[in-house]
Design a protein around this ligand. Structure first.
Ligand SMILES: Cc1ncc(COP(=O)(O)O)c(C=O)c1O
Length: 395
């Protein structure tokens, strides 16, 4: 584990980035304020726990590291294959989908911005879940300017998705239905067969964007990539960031109808995926056993984190799903609120993410904490315990 010290993390900032929403979408990643975005001393990362992003707690497979290390000077100075042909071949072979149905990109954000801006206009109507990954409302409402309807997921129901409601609402002639499965931030997963049943009832003119960034945590058999490749209107967006421990590399792909994918392919710039990212992704895709073992371990670690938080604060509530994070609702009787806890923790180098039950309601209802290795999680619980008693620092 990284040696956790707080001296690099700065003081208890009055004006944290907690509620910052500029003209871009709000994301985790505030930990870079402590590391330094100018990268002048990357050792500062040892003083930071970045539990505000859902990056993997485990390293990339050893073969990925070995290849990157052995060839780094060449990888850095060499132009990559123009359209990621080797990566395309590896995805097709490993995930069982025809290559003409696959479009690689520099992270799913790249693909989201490319496809949605091509498919939607200000007159379009889009349906999505709430809460959900904020980038989708950002691009639909703030970038494209289209109309978004939301299906509200309720905390007392553990944010479970009502499939009958989803099926019915999806038939209301939307241009796009956006689903994230398992959903971030609620963590709930819809079983593959159940989701397939919903998607087969979509009107022909409605496309579904199915974001499977975390699907491996739900099981190796849960992806709808093959289903999407055979359908005319379902598109799976698969990030390689989170479950392959490649967030810094920027690699992802879209799977769907070959004709629609061919249209999008024309809009993808050459060399979109960097050479280190292409090489790392190809190696990672081969390492099925290594990653499956890490995904299984994640469930054990998540339980350990939940036990630690519940022991610390039995009156609070933890909601978790299948992903590599938990949502913690500190009790209303606590001396500090969720956002105050987040501010306090930052002063000790622990970065957490605020979570709001509903996107349009201001305020922070809970703290989202990502799963880390066992030792780091013990430290997280210690810092949370300290933060719960920090009322006097916050006035
Ligand atoms: C649901 C979801 N989709 C996509 C992304 C972004 O992934 P990428 O790194 O591939 O751009 C995230 C990142 O947090 C996410 O949670």
């Amino acid at each position: 584990m990284d040696n956790i010290v707080s001296k690099h993390a700065g003081g208890l900032a009055k004006d944290t980035a907690l509620d910052r929403r500029d003209d871009g979408c709000f994301h985790g990643g505030a930990f870079f304020e402590a590391v330094g975005e100018g990268f002048d001393d990357l050792h500062r990362r040892h003083g930071v726990i970045n539990a505000d992003v859902l990056d993997a707690w485990f390293p990339p497979a050893p073969s990925v590291i070995e290849t990157l290390t052995d060839h780094l000077p060449w990888l850095a100075r060499t132009s990559p294959p123009t359209h990621s042909a080797g990566l395309l071949e590896a995805i097709g072979r490993v995930r069982g989908v025809p290559q003409e149905c696959i479009l690689p990109g520099a992270g799913s954000s790249d693909l989201i911005f490319l496809a949605l801006r091509e498919w939607l206009t200000p007159d379009s109507r889009v349906l999505m879940l709430d809460p959900s990954y904020g980038e989708y409302s950002h691009i639909c409402e703030k970038v494209i300017g289209c109309h978004v309807d939301r299906i509200r997921l309720e905390r007392p129901l553990g944010y479970r998705v009502d499939l009958d409601l989803l099926t019915e609402r999806s038939k209301e002639n939307y241009q796009l239905v956006v689903l994230i499965n398992p959903n971030n931030p609620s963590g709930q997963h819809i079983e593959r067969d159940d989701l397939e049943r919903v998607l087969t009832q979509l009107p022909a003119g409605t496309r579904c964007w199915l974001d499977e960034a975390y699907v491996e945590y739900a099981g190796t058999d849960q992806s709808l990539e093959e289903f999407a490749a055979a359908s005319s209107n379902v598109f799976v967006c698969k990030s390689l960031s989170k479950v392959y421990a490649l967030s810094g590399m920027r690699a992802a792909y879209l799977v769907g109808n070959n004709e629609v994918v061919a249209q999008l392919r024309k809009l993808m710039p050459p060399w979109a995926v960097s050479l280190p990212a292409q090489v790392a992704a190809v190696r990672a895709l081969e390492e099925t056993e290594y990653y499956a073992a890490r995904h299984l371990e994640t469930h054990r670690l998540r339980e350990q984190l939940i036990e630690g938080i519940e022991a610390l604060c039995p009156e609070g509530k933890v909601i978790s799903g299948v992903g590599n994070w938990v949502l913690w609702y500190p009790p209303s009787s606590a001396a500090v609120t969720a956002s105050e806890i987040i501010r306090c923790c930052r002063s000790r180098g622990l970065f957490l993410r605020g979570f709001a039950d509903a996107e349009r309601e201001p305020g922070v209802d809970a703290v989202r904490i990502s799963v880390k290795d066992a030792e780091t999680q013990e430290h997280i619980v210690e810092v949370l315990a300290w933060a719960l008693g920090q009322e006097q620092f916050l006035s």
